[in-house]
Design a protein around this ligand. Structure first.
Ligand code: AMP
Length: 227
Protein backbone atom coordinates (compact mmCIF):
# COMPACT_ATOMS: atom_id res chain seq x y z
CA UNK A 1 0.00 0.00 0.00
CA UNK A 2 1.31 3.49 -0.90
CA UNK A 3 1.05 6.83 0.78
CA UNK A 4 -2.40 7.92 1.83
CA UNK A 5 -3.18 11.64 1.64
CA UNK A 6 -5.88 13.09 3.89
CA UNK A 7 -7.80 16.16 2.77
CA UNK A 8 -10.52 17.84 4.84
CA UNK A 9 -13.43 19.74 3.27
CA UNK A 10 -14.68 22.36 5.71
CA UNK A 11 -17.65 24.69 5.34
CA UNK A 12 -21.20 25.41 6.49
CA UNK A 13 -24.17 23.22 5.56
CA UNK A 14 -25.20 24.17 2.04
CA UNK A 15 -21.69 25.24 0.96
CA UNK A 16 -21.60 22.34 -1.49
CA UNK A 17 -19.09 20.18 0.44
CA UNK A 18 -20.85 16.93 -0.42
CA UNK A 19 -21.32 17.73 -4.11
CA UNK A 20 -17.75 18.93 -4.50
CA UNK A 21 -16.20 16.16 -2.40
CA UNK A 22 -17.94 13.54 -4.56
CA UNK A 23 -16.83 15.14 -7.86
CA UNK A 24 -13.29 16.00 -6.80
CA UNK A 25 -12.78 12.51 -5.30
CA UNK A 26 -13.89 10.98 -8.59
CA UNK A 27 -11.69 13.26 -10.68
CA UNK A 28 -8.55 12.79 -8.58
CA UNK A 29 -9.11 9.12 -7.72
CA UNK A 30 -9.65 9.70 -4.01
CA UNK A 31 -11.97 8.01 -1.53
CA UNK A 32 -14.89 10.12 -0.24
CA UNK A 33 -15.78 9.68 3.45
CA UNK A 34 -18.74 11.61 4.92
CA UNK A 35 -20.17 10.95 8.40
CA UNK A 36 -23.53 12.43 7.31
CA UNK A 37 -23.80 9.77 4.58
CA UNK A 38 -22.71 6.97 6.94
CA UNK A 39 -25.28 8.09 9.53
CA UNK A 40 -28.11 8.40 6.96
CA UNK A 41 -27.33 4.89 5.69
CA UNK A 42 -27.46 3.58 9.28
CA UNK A 43 -30.83 5.28 9.89
CA UNK A 44 -32.14 3.74 6.67
CA UNK A 45 -30.91 0.28 7.73
CA UNK A 46 -32.50 0.83 11.14
CA UNK A 47 -29.51 -0.66 12.98
CA UNK A 48 -28.06 0.25 16.41
CA UNK A 49 -25.98 3.14 15.04
CA UNK A 50 -29.00 4.47 13.15
CA UNK A 51 -31.05 4.39 16.33
CA UNK A 52 -28.28 6.21 18.26
CA UNK A 53 -27.85 9.05 15.76
CA UNK A 54 -31.40 9.63 14.48
CA UNK A 55 -32.69 12.13 17.04
CA UNK A 56 -29.55 14.29 16.90
CA UNK A 57 -29.77 14.48 13.13
CA UNK A 58 -33.48 15.30 13.20
CA UNK A 59 -32.80 18.21 15.55
CA UNK A 60 -29.86 19.46 13.45
CA UNK A 61 -27.47 18.83 16.35
CA UNK A 62 -24.09 17.14 16.15
CA UNK A 63 -24.00 13.44 16.94
CA UNK A 64 -21.93 12.96 20.14
CA UNK A 65 -18.18 12.91 19.55
CA UNK A 66 -17.58 9.41 20.96
CA UNK A 67 -19.92 7.90 18.33
CA UNK A 68 -18.73 10.08 15.44
CA UNK A 69 -15.02 9.67 16.12
CA UNK A 70 -15.39 5.87 16.48
CA UNK A 71 -17.34 5.57 13.23
CA UNK A 72 -14.90 7.69 11.23
CA UNK A 73 -11.70 6.15 12.61
CA UNK A 74 -13.10 2.66 11.95
CA UNK A 75 -13.98 3.67 8.42
CA UNK A 76 -10.49 5.10 7.81
CA UNK A 77 -8.92 1.90 9.14
CA UNK A 78 -11.05 -0.16 6.78
CA UNK A 79 -9.95 1.75 3.71
CA UNK A 80 -7.50 -0.33 1.79
CA UNK A 81 -6.51 2.43 -0.51
CA UNK A 82 -3.24 3.86 -1.71
CA UNK A 83 -4.06 7.34 -2.92
CA UNK A 84 -6.06 9.55 -0.63
CA UNK A 85 -9.20 10.36 1.29
CA UNK A 86 -11.46 13.39 1.26
CA UNK A 87 -13.11 13.86 4.63
CA UNK A 88 -16.40 15.67 4.04
CA UNK A 89 -18.07 16.90 7.23
CA UNK A 90 -15.43 15.59 9.65
CA UNK A 91 -14.05 17.03 11.86
CA UNK A 92 -16.85 19.38 12.94
CA UNK A 93 -15.45 20.63 16.25
CA UNK A 94 -12.11 21.01 18.06
CA UNK A 95 -12.41 17.75 19.93
CA UNK A 96 -12.91 15.78 16.69
CA UNK A 97 -10.04 17.66 15.00
CA UNK A 98 -7.67 16.82 17.87
CA UNK A 99 -8.78 13.17 17.92
CA UNK A 100 -8.13 12.92 14.17
CA UNK A 101 -4.70 14.58 14.43
CA UNK A 102 -3.75 12.18 17.25
CA UNK A 103 -4.97 9.08 15.43
CA UNK A 104 -3.07 10.02 12.26
CA UNK A 105 0.05 10.97 14.21
CA UNK A 106 0.16 7.47 15.74
CA UNK A 107 0.51 6.16 12.19
CA UNK A 108 3.06 8.83 11.21
CA UNK A 109 0.47 10.51 9.03
CA UNK A 110 -1.13 13.95 9.00
CA UNK A 111 -3.78 15.95 7.20
CA UNK A 112 -2.23 17.43 4.10
CA UNK A 113 -4.71 20.11 3.17
CA UNK A 114 -7.94 21.71 4.39
CA UNK A 115 -10.26 23.21 1.77
CA UNK A 116 -12.60 25.75 3.34
CA UNK A 117 -15.60 26.39 1.08
CA UNK A 118 -16.98 29.83 1.81
CA UNK A 119 -20.59 30.85 0.98
CA UNK A 120 -22.77 33.74 2.23
CA UNK A 121 -25.40 32.94 4.90
CA UNK A 122 -28.34 34.13 2.74
CA UNK A 123 -27.14 31.95 -0.14
CA UNK A 124 -26.79 28.95 2.22
CA UNK A 125 -30.42 29.28 3.34
CA UNK A 126 -31.58 29.64 -0.26
CA UNK A 127 -29.62 26.55 -1.33
CA UNK A 128 -30.72 24.33 1.55
CA UNK A 129 -34.39 25.19 1.21
CA UNK A 130 -34.36 24.45 -2.53
CA UNK A 131 -32.27 21.25 -2.23
CA UNK A 132 -33.84 18.00 -3.45
CA UNK A 133 -32.02 14.67 -3.67
CA UNK A 134 -32.60 11.63 -5.85
CA UNK A 135 -33.79 8.57 -3.91
CA UNK A 136 -31.93 6.31 -6.32
CA UNK A 137 -28.55 7.94 -7.00
CA UNK A 138 -28.53 10.71 -4.32
CA UNK A 139 -27.70 13.37 -6.97
CA UNK A 140 -28.56 16.84 -5.61
CA UNK A 141 -30.96 19.13 -7.52
CA UNK A 142 -31.96 22.72 -6.89
CA UNK A 143 -35.69 23.33 -7.41
CA UNK A 144 -37.52 26.65 -7.23
CA UNK A 145 -40.74 26.69 -5.16
CA UNK A 146 -42.68 26.50 -8.40
CA UNK A 147 -40.72 23.50 -9.67
CA UNK A 148 -41.03 21.81 -6.28
CA UNK A 149 -44.83 22.08 -6.46
CA UNK A 150 -44.81 20.39 -9.82
CA UNK A 151 -45.68 16.66 -9.84
CA UNK A 152 -42.71 15.67 -11.96
CA UNK A 153 -39.93 15.87 -9.40
CA UNK A 154 -37.61 13.41 -11.09
CA UNK A 155 -33.83 13.11 -11.20
CA UNK A 156 -32.27 14.54 -14.37
CA UNK A 157 -29.49 11.91 -14.17
CA UNK A 158 -31.38 8.64 -13.60
CA UNK A 159 -35.11 9.45 -13.52
CA UNK A 160 -35.43 8.53 -9.82
CA UNK A 161 -37.93 10.31 -7.57
CA UNK A 162 -36.60 13.42 -5.77
CA UNK A 163 -37.07 14.03 -2.03
CA UNK A 164 -36.06 16.66 0.53
CA UNK A 165 -33.80 15.75 3.42
CA UNK A 166 -35.86 15.88 6.66
CA UNK A 167 -33.19 18.15 8.20
CA UNK A 168 -33.52 20.68 5.34
CA UNK A 169 -36.77 22.14 6.78
CA UNK A 170 -36.37 25.87 7.66
CA UNK A 171 -36.23 25.41 11.45
CA UNK A 172 -33.62 22.64 11.34
CA UNK A 173 -31.60 24.56 8.74
CA UNK A 174 -31.38 27.50 11.19
CA UNK A 175 -30.27 25.14 13.96
CA UNK A 176 -27.64 23.47 11.74
CA UNK A 177 -26.22 26.86 10.73
CA UNK A 178 -26.08 27.93 14.37
CA UNK A 179 -24.28 24.70 15.30
CA UNK A 180 -21.85 25.33 12.45
CA UNK A 181 -21.05 28.88 13.56
CA UNK A 182 -20.74 27.90 17.25
CA UNK A 183 -18.90 24.58 17.00
CA UNK A 184 -17.38 24.10 13.56
CA UNK A 185 -16.21 27.54 12.45
CA UNK A 186 -13.47 27.66 15.16
CA UNK A 187 -11.76 24.98 13.06
CA UNK A 188 -10.96 27.67 10.48
CA UNK A 189 -8.45 29.12 12.95
CA UNK A 190 -7.34 25.69 14.13
CA UNK A 191 -6.20 24.73 10.62
CA UNK A 192 -5.00 28.25 9.74
CA UNK A 193 -2.56 28.00 12.65
CA UNK A 194 -1.33 24.69 11.23
CA UNK A 195 -0.80 26.42 7.85
CA UNK A 196 -3.11 23.95 6.11
CA UNK A 197 -6.18 26.00 5.29
CA UNK A 198 -7.05 27.35 1.85
CA UNK A 199 -10.25 29.29 1.32
CA UNK A 200 -12.27 28.67 -1.84
CA UNK A 201 -15.13 30.84 -3.04
CA UNK A 202 -18.09 28.42 -3.02
CA UNK A 203 -20.40 30.63 -5.10
CA UNK A 204 -20.75 30.09 -8.83
CA UNK A 205 -21.28 27.13 -11.13
CA UNK A 206 -20.63 23.66 -9.69
CA UNK A 207 -18.06 22.91 -12.40
CA UNK A 208 -16.24 26.21 -11.87
CA UNK A 209 -15.89 25.55 -8.12
CA UNK A 210 -14.78 21.98 -8.80
CA UNK A 211 -12.01 23.32 -11.05
CA UNK A 212 -10.91 25.80 -8.35
CA UNK A 213 -10.56 22.93 -5.89
CA UNK A 214 -8.84 20.45 -8.20
CA UNK A 215 -6.39 23.15 -9.38
CA UNK A 216 -5.62 23.97 -5.77
CA UNK A 217 -5.05 20.33 -4.78
CA UNK A 218 -2.95 19.58 -7.83
CA UNK A 219 -0.72 22.62 -7.38
CA UNK A 220 -0.29 21.80 -3.70
CA UNK A 221 1.54 18.72 -5.00
CA UNK A 222 -0.56 15.92 -3.53
CA UNK A 223 0.20 12.33 -4.39
CA UNK A 224 -2.98 11.76 -6.39
CA UNK A 225 -3.81 9.59 -9.36
CA UNK A 226 -4.24 12.31 -11.96
CA UNK A 227 -6.61 11.87 -14.85
P1 AMP B 1 -24.30 16.44 6.67
O1 AMP B 1 -24.76 15.41 5.70
O2 AMP B 1 -22.82 16.62 6.63
O3 AMP B 1 -25.05 17.74 6.54
O4 AMP B 1 -24.63 15.88 8.13
C1 AMP B 1 -25.95 15.57 8.52
C2 AMP B 1 -26.02 15.42 10.03
O5 AMP B 1 -25.18 14.32 10.45
C3 AMP B 1 -25.53 16.60 10.84
O6 AMP B 1 -26.51 17.62 10.98
C4 AMP B 1 -25.20 15.91 12.16
O7 AMP B 1 -26.37 15.62 12.90
C5 AMP B 1 -24.58 14.61 11.70
N1 AMP B 1 -23.12 14.76 11.49
C6 AMP B 1 -22.46 14.78 10.30
N2 AMP B 1 -21.14 14.96 10.49
C7 AMP B 1 -20.96 15.04 11.84
C8 AMP B 1 -19.82 15.22 12.68
N3 AMP B 1 -18.58 15.36 12.19
N4 AMP B 1 -20.03 15.27 14.02
C9 AMP B 1 -21.25 15.11 14.56
N5 AMP B 1 -22.37 14.95 13.81
C10 AMP B 1 -22.23 14.91 12.47
Amino acid sequence: MGLIVYIVFLGPPGAGKGTQAEKVACKLGLEHVAPGDLFRQAVKRGDKLGFEVKTYMERGDLVPDDITIRVILEKLNDINYDSGVILDGFPRNNNQAEALDKALEKQNKAIESVVYIQVDRAELIRRLSSRWLCRECQAPHSLSTEQAQNDRRLCSACGGVLYQRPDDDPETVERRLQVYFDETSPLIDYYKKQGKLTEINGEGEVEEIQNRITDLLRTSGGNYHKN
